[in-house]
Design a protein around this ligand. Structure first.
Ligand SMILES: CC(C)(COP(=O)(O)OP(=O)(O)OC[C@H]1O[C@@H](n2cnc3c(N)ncnc32)[C@H](O)[C@@H]1OP(=O)(O)O)[C@@H](O)C(=O)NCCC(=O)NCCS
Length: 298
């Protein structure tokens, strides 16, 4: 298919992660654009196998532009939705303003339509770029309130480190087996973003609750306990999580709809420099306050 960049001597490539040099080209583009090293995923088994990258490369093999789609099945209002996430959107500065990104967005959104994805989501600080393609901002809320009445700790707890191979294997197993943490809005299956977020943010703590065969991702400071995600076959009540972690906060902030936690918080607007944008019919079912778990951010 002729691309917008043909006249610039660039080569369009799709689905190129099988080639190490091309993958390294994307790692360099994202490092130079966002200052992050997604090459770390090689330690976690490589990039998401569902990822479908669309990119332009120059004659030296430098990746000058990219936009990727990946599968991120979601639970939305009690129903499993075949959703695609879009990420790794970047164009090198000297190539901007020539329509390369427009071309890659057309290709990626068109590919998802053909594949039968019926929901799309992305996070961006430039919402205007995506509005022409049917995306709209979904305002996010986290759920805050006093902790539930105390529960006695049951079972044992183990702090996990993604640096330890046995812990990493446990986390990956539970991410594969997980039940959605919320039936209103939650990731149903996706491992790579949880691992990347857990790696990049040193404040995130991971603990294994053996009684529930579940992993809890959390943070805490003087003012609150922040529950980021729970991954496992069962979702423990919030009281059991706090008891197991021996936490007695004044306030709890839950960063996903808490409908499965046997606890209710007050939705409070979540302020962030990026907006969550969505498109697709299932978006109409998202009428109440929701938040995408920070462990699923991409
Ligand atoms: C944003 C970015 C990818 C755009 O790449 P580009 O190749 O210059 O974009 P294009 O020339 O193909 O423009 C595509 C469309 O987006 C619009 N657009 C581009 N940059 C924009 C911006 N900062 N704000 C709003 N709209 C923008 C263009 O006007 C164009 O609209 P049109 O199709 O109606 O004419 C590029 O500037 C970049 O890499 N920025 C840094 C990383 C980044 O922000 N990535 C996106 C994160 S979600």
């Amino acid at each position: 298919m002729p691309g917008a960049a043909d006249s610039h001597g660039l080569t369009f490539r799709q689905d190129y992660f099988g080639e190490p040099a091309a993958w390294a080209g994307l790692v360099a583009l994202l490092h130079d654009t966002f200052g992050i090293d997604v090459g770390i995923q090689d330690r976690f088994g490589g990039p998401d196998p569902t990822s479908m990258p669309f990119g332009y490369f120059d004659e030296a093999g430098t990746c000058v532009a990219n936009f990727s789609a990946f599968s991120m099945p979601l639970m939305i209002d009690g129903r499993l939705v075949k959703a695609a996430g879009f990420q790794s959107g970047a164009v090198r500065p000297e190539w901007r303003g020539r329509g390369l990104y427009r071309d890659l967005m057309h290709r990626a959104f068109g590919w998802c339509d053909v594949q039968g994805f019926d929901f799309g989501l992305l996070l961006t600080d430039k919402p205007a770029v995506y509005e022409p393609y049917g995306f709209r901002i979904l305002s996010q809320h986290r759920f805050s309130g006093p902790p539930p009445a105390g529960a006695k700790p049951v079972g044992s707890l183990r702090a996990l480190s993604l640096e330890k191979s046995a812990d990493l294997a446990l986390v990956m197993r539970l991410l594969r087996e997980r039940t959605p943490v919320s039936s209103i809005f939650a990731v149903a299956a996706q491992t790579e973003m949880f691992l990347l977020n857990g790696h990049f943010d040193p404040d995130i703590q991971l603990a294994y609750l053996d009684q529930f065969d579940s992993i809890v991702a959390w943070k805490s400071d003087e003012t609150s306990f922040q529950l980021l995600d729970i991954a496992g076959r069962t979702i423990p009540p919030l009281s059991a999580v706090l008891a197991a972690l021996d936490q007695n906060p004044h306030r709890v902030d839950v960063c996903f709809p808490p409908d499965r936690l046997q606890w209710q918080g007050v939705p409070e607007p979540f302020v962030s420099y990026t907006s969550l944008m969505i498109r697709g019919d299932a978006a109409d079912r998202l009428t109440g306050p929701v938040m995408l778990s920070p462990m699923a951010e991409f």
